[in-house]
Every structure is written in structure tokens, then in C-alpha cells.
Design a binder for this molecule. Structure first.
Ligand code: URA
Length: 428
């Protein structure tokens, strides 16, 4: 065996550094058992990793990784398991030498990699749910967490999408801070005792690039089994069931305490909702808030969501112009609305406008025909169709707008009376 070589990685999830070293050592034909992997201590200067993307393996043929293997490696490299770097290297070394086929289901190395990757994914799901619940609780901006694996960095993009406001995550091995504009990583609570606690390093700079970003496409069975809105909101962040996710900034899931068993459904997030990560915060949201207050509701106490969870738009003169969601988006997103209804079990679903009514009632709806009456939806839930608040904003003259606004408030009062008659809220 050749003398032991050492590869030092900048941090626990230095995937870029690991890949560079893997390429280099495969090109030099370093056997896996002759290569020692180590993670630098916080603040330790490490030799620059060369960009070895041009290096060819000893076979002379470039090694192309399938998307599936890459995703598995990215997940497994977050496992709290000291053998992970060697294991990954051995797999790629053997692939490069044609000593391993990816279809070799019983290969012990591939099996071990799969087990690590699945363990990380499982913890990722649980962490996302905790972060989602933390984000809904506005009383604190700091989440203390103790994940088993090194999952914080690879979920930072998820956390930014789920909660664009300020937050900090503290774990024993890493801290992450989102200041509303930039993401920073710092020493974990274990290390903070030994290093200056204020050492924050911006993501994208120095060693903080090329770390993995976990994408967890939601599986139908996970959606159907999720038992809280926080769990659903977390799962929905990586939804790619229709093309509308591609241009949107993020999934905008429903929010609110869900009291009184009342659920409001709008059409889809607009420009401001897409940026803020919350439904109805723009001009239509202001009309809605005012009308809800006049009808005796506090918006935060009820649950407000949309039929479609991604902002659909076209660019015009440098502005993102709202585009009505098509059948594909409404249909693809229906699974989320169904799941929200299952978890919340609302007594009443108020449908704001034609898209919401189309999605809830599962048929094209003429608002004037269905408006203002209680429609049974199933054994425990009724529906009420009304206009969308942005319809009120589009009305050209003040007197019509005022009249229509009053009708809108009257519909919300009808919703309130219905819930009151069912004993679900106190009289005003
Ligand atoms: N319009 C909607 O239907 N939903 C929002 O969240 C914002 C505007």
C-alpha cells in the first residue's frame, strides 16, 4: 500500500472540497485505503483545494455521475458518520475502475451509502417540520435544535424560503443566521465556547460555496400522512408538481391559527406574497383584512390559504404581472388544499373568487350564481362562495366599489353567523 495521503475538508459538509479531492485522487490512482479524510477544526487554515474538475481518472475516461447517485452522495455526506468520506470515495474509485456497477443492488458500499442517505433525508423531513412550526410561532426568532446529522447548511435555502423574515438557528455543531438579506454561518454552540462567538461567515464566500442543498420532492403518501399544517407547509416547499414553481421565489403556503374552524381560500399568491412568503399581504390582502375586521374576525386567528401556492406571472415593462392560474396548476395544487382541509377539518370554507371555487367545488363556477349561500361540501364541512377582494380593487367607480365592498363584508358576516349558530364562536 502507498503512504497515507490526507485530505482536509473545510467543514462537515464541504462537498465541493470533497469532490475536488476525489477527482484529484482518482486521477492519481490513490487507493481508498491509502487516503485519510479529516475535517478542519473551526478557524484552522487549510491548504487551498485545487479545482480538479479537469483531472481525468487513471482510466483516462471522465466519470459522469447520475443525478440519483449525486443526490445520494450529497445526502450521505451530511451523515454524522466518520466513514462517509471514505465510503463515497471508494464507490467513485471503484466506478472509475469499472469494478462496480450502479445497478449492483447488493453491493455493501452502495447499500451503506443508501442507508446513510435515507437516515439524513428522514432527519431532514423532521427538521423541516420543526422549522416550519417555529416559523409559524412569531414569538421567537431563534430556533435551538440538536440534529443528529450535519443538516443545517443543506436546509438553509429551505429555511429562507419557508421564513424570509429574520431567524437564527443554533445547534451544537453550527449556527446559521438569515438577516433578511444574507445568510451567514457561524461556529456551533459547542465550538462557540472556544472561538469568538461573533465569527460569522457569509454563505457563498470562502469555504461556504458548493455545500449541498437538499431538495425533497414531496411524495403523495407523505402529504396524505402529514398530521399538521407545519408538516404540510414544510413538504410543500419543494413541490414541483407543475411548472409554476420554476419562476416563483417560493411556495407560499397557508397561514394563521385556524381558530373557529374557518378556512379562507384565495386564488394564488401575488408579487408581494411571493416575496413575503405569506398569503394576502399585498393590496388585496389589505382589503381582506379590513373586511374581516368589519365582520368581527381577527385575520391571524383564522386560516388563510390559496388554491394555487406559487405566484404565476409574466414580465411586462420590468414588472411581474399576475397571470391567472391555469387548469394544470389548479389541478396539481389541489392535493395541498385537500390536505389542509383534512388537517384543519374546517366547519366552513370561504371561497374568494372563481379559482378558489373551481378548486374547492371541483367544477367551473359562476360567482353570481353560487354566491352568498351555504353549500354542503361533506359531512362536516360547508362552503360559501364570495368575490375575490382584488375584484373590488378593479371596480372603476367609487360608489359601485363601496356597494360591492359592503356585499363582501355581508358575506363574511354570513360566515360568522354560520359559525356562531354551530357554537364555534362567541357572539360579537
Ligand atoms: N390574491 C390571492 O388570491 N391570494 C393572495 O395571497 C394574494 C392575492
Amino acid at each position: 500500500m502507498s503512504a497515507l495521503a490526507e485530505s482536509v475538508l473545510a467543514h462537515q459538509v464541504d462537498f465541493q472540497g470533497w469532490r475536488n479531492a476525489v477527482r484529484q485522487h482518482i486521477a492519481q490512482d490513490t487507493p481508498p485505503e491509502a487516503l485519510h479524510w479529516r475535517v478542519a477544526a473551526f478557524g484552522e487554515a487549510i491548504p487551498e483545494t485545487e479545482d480538479s474538475s479537469a483531472a481525468l481518472p487513471a482510466s483516462g475516461q471522465r466519470l459522469t455521475l447520475s443525478r440519483m447517485l449525486l443526490a445520494m452522495l450529497e445526502a450521505a455526506m451530511q451523515a454524522r458518520d466518520e466513514t462517509r468520506f471514505t465510503l463515497g470515495y471508494r464507490i467513485l474509485y471503484r466506478l472509475a475502475r469499472h469494478e462496480l456497477g450502479l445497478n449492483d443492488e447488493h453491493d455493501p458500499d452502495l447499500t451503506a451509502l443508501r442507508v446513510l442517505a435515507e437516515s439524513v433525508r428522514e432527519e431532514t423531513r423532521a427538521f423541516r417540520e420543526r422549522f416550519s412550526a417555529f416559523s409559524a410561532d412569531r414569538s421567537t426568532a431563534c430556533l435551538h435544535d440538536s440534529p443528529t446529522h450535519y443538516i443545517i447548511e443543506a436546509n438553509a435555502a429551505f429555511c429562507q424560503a419557508r421564513n424570509p423574515r429574520l431567524w437564527e438557528i443554533r445547534t451544537p455543531y453550527r449556527r446559521a443566521l438569515w438577516n433578511g438579506q444574507r445568510l451567514f454561518f457561524g461556529p456551533g454552540e459547542n465550538e462557540a465556547a472556544h472561538v469568538q462567538a461573533s465569527v460569522w461567515q457569509p454563505a457563498g464566500q470562502g469555504c461556504w460555496h458548493g455545500y449541498p442543498q437538499t431538495v425533497l420532492l414531496p411524495a403523495l403518501k407523505d402529504i396524505e400522512q402529514a398530521d399538521s399544517l407545519a408538516a404540510l407547509g414544510a413538504l410543500a416547499m419543494d413541490c414541483r408538481a407543475c411548472p409554476s414553481w420554476e419562476n416563483a421565489t417560493r411556495t407560499v403556503f397557508g397561514c394563521g391559527q385556524g381558530l373557529f374552524r374557518l378556512m379562507l381560500v384565495g386564488e394564488q399568491p401575488g408579487d408581494q406574497e411571493d416575496l413575503a412568503g405569506m398569503p394576502f399581504v399585498g393590496p388585496a390582502g389589505q382589503v381582506l383584512d379590513k373586511a374581516l375586521a368589519e365582520a368581527g374576525f381577527v385575520r391571524e386567528q383564522i386560516y388563510v390559504t390559496n388554491a394555487v401556492k406559487h405566484f404565476g406571472f409574466t414580465w411586462r415593462n420590468g414588472r411581474r404581472l399576475h397571470q391567472k392560474p391555469d387548469e394544470t396548476a389548479i389541478h396539481a395544487c389541489h392535493v395541498w388544499l385537500e390536505a389542509e382541509r383534512r388537517v384543519l377539518n374546517p366547519a366552513l370554507v370561504v371561497m374568494l373568487g372563481a379559482t378558489a371555487a373551481r378548486s374547492v367545488l371541483k367544477k367551473p363556477v359562476t360567482i353570481s350564481r353560487e354566491r352568498s349561500r351555504i353549500i354542503p361540501l361533506d359531512a362536516t364541512t360547508a362552503g360559501l362562495v364570495t368575490v375575490h377582494p382584488s375584484y373590488l380593487l378593479r371596480l372603476p367607480d367609487d360608489s359601485t366599489r363601496q356597494k360591492e365592498y359592503e356585499r363582501f363584508v355581508a358575506d363574511l358576516k354570513r360566515a360568522r353567523d354560520y359559525l356562531h349558530d354551530k357554537g364555534l364562536l362567541e357572539p360579537q
